[in-house]
Design a protein around this ligand. Structure first.
Ligand code: CA
Length: 578
């Protein structure tokens, strides 16, 4: 037994409350090292009557480690616990004081979970599990009102956008295309910023309280949200609170009045007078002088942004904020932000843009979830770029699952491309490979998000090329790809196992992968052949509740006792269901 590899520490993803009654306990050990792991637990004030033992199961494995998990529901909401670890040769106990040979008797030496406070449980809104998002970049989605077009607007068909071009897309266009989105089947929209700003992407806000006149006005946004809600579609907006735009009035005041400006402390100014080049004399988003960083610890700034957050919930009844550059804003601000939003709408979704390990923001007091960039990267590396094989892919995904509490994974937000990255079809260069990536995205936990136009086969490299105007001419759309998306969305929004089921990669060898989703008696197997060779492979050791049928896909399968024999053509896939 490799004791050095064994790890547990209460809190974070190793011992946390999952809901008001349940605590999840995890332990990490060297891969394939332990035969069994069990946990001895009880109440510290009544050990003799409450002590009990539960076995952990292998939640996931990555390249180096196995992650074991147990779920317990202590009557008095308190836990003392120690692990018993067994391999071929020995059995050993693991407590907060370290490893001991004999069963420890003094619970004082055990790990401790002091009390399960219901108000401290991270409970992301339940609807996110069932959500399929559609990302809209408003200037490029649909132009429903030529009267609000910016000057020098480019013709919609001109498909080579420059970085500063405008195409005239707006909220009226979105309103008129809701039928399209309903037919596709999505049930949530994520808008990149809608508020007044100078650029076409609007990440340089000049007025947080105003819809950009190129897109419409508050009344129109209200109508869009209402029309969405009538169709069962939720709406998430982009909150750009890390920084404002150069033309934001308080920043302009500092430019004019310098050190005498009453807004001087709203920003992070290093020296007066303000200079923009070669590097700005104030902190910015990156070093972008037109995006000055806001000082969110300043009371007035904080109050202003909290008012903004609440204003759009109250005024337009939006359902979520996606937080831009979320990890560069102070934690205390996000704590107050959470309270402000949830006090108005308890099932409001708070989604952070964080590219790295986001555990510090996911402990119940700040975000519900983060954008799952590490999974995006793994999906693209495996399905699109052939940089890793199925085992490596499974390792990466499993490590991510083990890194976060289960409810975080269940509310995660998975994209395969956005306004910041080349389009999926351009990256994969092959519609079959693109479909495999999308199928994985839709079989994964949390909410998948489709970048507008991917579903009809739009292409585009790095931005601005990935921001071409939406193709509305049906003869120019890839309708078979659209049908594929439509079928997956129908599947996703109708099968409980795909929304709320337990998630397990049960097979990962060479270029073949099988995922199982299971909820109560419902079982779904999603099978992938990410190779140009047709193949037949066997997945053994399964527990299959009843006879399976193929819901979607190609190839064939045979079910024999605890085995599945799966045949798939080149880049084939299938979705089996009981
Ligand atoms: Ca317009």
């Amino acid at each position: 037994m490799l004791l050095e590899a064994i790890y547990h520490r209460p809190g974070q993803s190793y011992c946390y409350s999952y809901d008001e009654h349940t605590i999840h306990i995890r332990l990490r050990a060297k891969k394939n090292d332990l035969h069994t792991v069990s946990v001895l637990y009880g109440d510290k004030y009544d050990w003799d009557h409450t002590a009990s033992v539960t076995e952990l199961y292998k939640l996931a494995s990555d390249e180096w480690f196995d992650y074991w998990q147990a779920e317990v529901a202590p009557l008095h909401l308190r836990l003392r616990y120690a692990f018993q670890l067994t391999d071929n040769e020995q059995s050993i106990w693991y407590t907060e004081k370290g490893f001991v040979k004999d069963k420890p008797h003094n619970p004082l030496t055990f790990f401790d979970f002091p009390f399960l406070w219901a108000n401290e449980v991270l409970q992301p809104p339940a609807w996110v599990k069932d959500a399929v998002f559609y990302q809209i970049f408003p200037d490029r989605f649909a132009n429903g009102d030529p009267s609000n077009d910016p000057e020098s607007v480019r013709p919609w068909e001109a498909s080579s956008p420059g970085p500063h071009d405008f195409y005239g897309g707006d909220l009226q266009g979105v309103l008129e295309r809701l039928d399209y989105m309903s037919e596709l089947g999505i049930n949530a929209i994520y808008f990149t910023p809608l508020f007044a700003a100078k650029t076409n992407h609007k990440y340089d806000t000049t007025d947080y309280m105003k819809v950009d006149p190129q897109f419409g006005n508050t009344e129109l946004l209200k109508s869009v949200v209402k029309a969405c809600h009538d169709r069962g579609i939720r709406v998430m907006l982009d909150a750009v609170f890390n920084h404002c735009g150069y033309w934001f009035a308080p920043f302009q005041d500092v430019l004019v009045h310098g050190e005498r400006s009453r807004y001087r402390d709203w920003f992070h100014i290093q020296s007066f007078p303000l200079t923009c080049a070669p590097r700005p004399s104030y902190h910015c988003f990156a070093f972008e002088s037109h995006m000055p960083k806001l000082n969110t610890v300043h009371t007035e700034v904080r109050q202003y942004l909290l008012d903004v957050a609440q204003y759009w919930i109250r005024e337009c009844d939006i359902d979520g904020w996606r937080l831009d550059v979320a990890n560069e804003v102070d934690h205390e601000f996000w704590r107050e932000f959470r309270k402000a939003c949830k006090s108005l709408k308890p099932d409001f979704y708070i989604l952070g843009e964080i590219w790295h390990d986001a555990m510090p923001w996911l402990q119940g007091d700040q975000f519900d979830a983060v954008m799952n960039y590490p999974v995006t990267e793994a999906i693209l590396d495996f399905y699109a770029k052939n940089l890793i094989n199925a085992e490596q892919f499974a390792s990466q995904v499993n490590k991510l699952l083990a890194d976060y509490p289960q409810q975080v994974n269940e509310a995660t937000f998975t994209i395969l491309g956005s306004h910041d990255t080349p389009r999926l079809l351009t990256v994969t260069q092959d519609e079959r490979k693109m479909k495999l990536a999308v199928l994985f995205q839709f079989s994964f936990l949390g909410a998948p998000c489709i970048y507008y136009g991917d579903e009809i086969g739009m292409t585009g490299g790095e931005d601005p090329d990935c921001r071409k105007p939406m193709i509305w001419d049906v003869s120019q759309q890839n309708r078979s790809l659209y049908s594929f998306y439509q079928q997956l969305i129908t599947m996703r929004t109708s099968k409980r196992a795909l929304q709320a089921g337990a998630y397990r990669i049960i097979y990962a060898k060479k270029q073949q992968l099988v995922v199982e989703r299971k909820h109560d008696h419902e079982q779904v197997f999603i099978c992938f052949n990410n190779s140009e060779e047709a193949i037949t492979f066997t997945v053994a050791g399964l527990k299959i509740a009843s006879e399976l049928c193929m819901l979607l896909g190609n190839g064939a399968f045979k079910q024999e006792n605890d085995q599945l024999i799966i045949s798939l053509p080149a880049y084939g896939w299938s979705l089996l269901h009981n």
